[in-house]
Design a protein around this ligand. Structure first.
Ligand SMILES: *Cc1c(COP(=O)(O)O)cnc(C)c1O
Length: 350
């Protein structure tokens, strides 16, 4: 593995941060990790002061959208050691996304090492309040200057960090979207690609204007089978069983999703990964067998779903989510070392 060089900032902005009032996604730490891809190899991995990157107007990512990202969090245990949650899964998923988008893979050992060194260097930025974390955003984009439709020959891989205050899970309302779709078989739905979000912005704004928090995405062919929510995978509890849409290539392979499946099975629940239609959810709501539903994702953790709006009316889900809350507490406890990490998920940064 290539050596990572470190240039420390001379002007830390840490003292400007009010830890009691952290605006989400707007504050970035003192340093960033960056690595350049040229002539078929990744070169010059380095940690440098946070800075802007000048881009040429012909930067290919801006025109053709070769851009992918990851989202993860660093938490602190009671001794002040930063912990990462299953970072190898993010490294592997980044490369899955890279492959789908015709981009080069990034060495997983360098991903892990760069991440650890960066988090260690900026660990004073990790908020100590319970429920807080430092959000980590690894991403890759085509930075070759070229007008023309082909895979770029140069890329940048970067990791930036953003402290995040405690997140309080509120009950959310979803709108089941039938006009627009997020993913179709053969498309890029399983890649964490920037373009997937670009296409979701307008439907999400529409849903928000109608009073909903997020879009519930349905399949592209029949507008019937549930895929996932904005930035989260989705789980339903019907007649005691947990049901989550199976991975048919159109949903993101969420690391929270896979962990929640493991936790639920460990807690004795039967978990089914299978197609689930919006009609099945509506029927379960009407006959009283729909017990709860929740979304899972790194940014929010677990979001409890109160209702689902459709063109034909509202599906009431539930006003309480005991299973979702239990899983959320377990997951959060594991992430700060308060609950035993029996799955071996946490990776200390030291
Ligand atoms: C990132 C993401 C998720 C959640 O994945 P996690 O690994 O659990 O954070 C779910 N859906 C979409 C579309 C995503 O981009």
């Amino acid at each position: 593995m290539k050596n990572i060089t470190i240039t420390k900032t001379k002007h830390s902005t840490l003292s400007e941060l009010d830890f009691d009032n952290i605006p989400l996604g707007k504050i970035f730490t003192d340093h960033m990790f960056i690595c350049d891809y040229e002539n078929g190899t990744w070169n010059n991995p380095r940690i440098i002061p946070m800075q802007t990157i000048a881009s040429h107007p012909a930067t290919m990512a801006l025109h053709y959208g070769q851009a992918i990202f990851e989202g993860m969090k660093a938490t602190l245990d009671s001794t002040g050691t930063p912990l990462l949650f299953r970072p190898n899964k993010n490294a592997a998923r980044l490369n899955f996304s890279a492959d789908r988008m015709g981009m080069p893979s990034f060495p997983e050992d360098l991903f892990s090492e760069g991440l650890k060194q960066l988090v260690d260097l900026d660990k004073e930025w990790i908020p100590k309040k319970k429920g807080s974390a430092m959000y980590l955003r690894p991403f890759m984009y085509a930075d070759e200057h070229f007008i023309g439709m082909r895979a770029a020959t140069s890329y940048k891989f970067i990791i930036i960090c953003s402290p995040a205050g405690p997140y309080f899970s509120e009950r959310i309302k979803l709108f089941a979207e039938k006009k627009y779709i997020r993913a179709a078989t053969g498309g890029t739905g399983e890649a964490k690609a920037a373009g997937n979000y670009a296409a979701a912005i307008k439907p999400t704004e529409n849903a928000k204007a109608k009073g909903y928090n997020q879009v519930l995405w349905l399949d592209a062919v029949e507008h019937k089978y549930i895929q996932e929510v904005g930035t989260m995978n989705i789980f339903f509890k019907i007649s005691g069983k947990i049901i989550t849409p199976f991975r048919d290539g159109n949903i993101l392979d969420g690391i929270t999703r896979m962990s929640v499946i493991d936790l639920l099975k460990h807690k004795g629940f039967e978990v089914e990964e299978r197609p689930i239609s919006i009609d099945e959810v509506k029927e379960a709501s009407e006959n009283g067998t729909l017990e709860e539903a929740f979304g899972t994702g790194t940014a929010i953790g677990i979001a409890y779903i109160q209702e689902i709006g459709t063109d034909e009316g509202t599906i009431h889900v539930s006003d309480e989510s005991p299973v979702g809350e239990d899983v959320n507490n377990t997951l959060n406890g594991i992430k700060i070392g308060e609950i035993e990490d029996s799955f071996g998920w946490m990776v200390p940064v030291s």
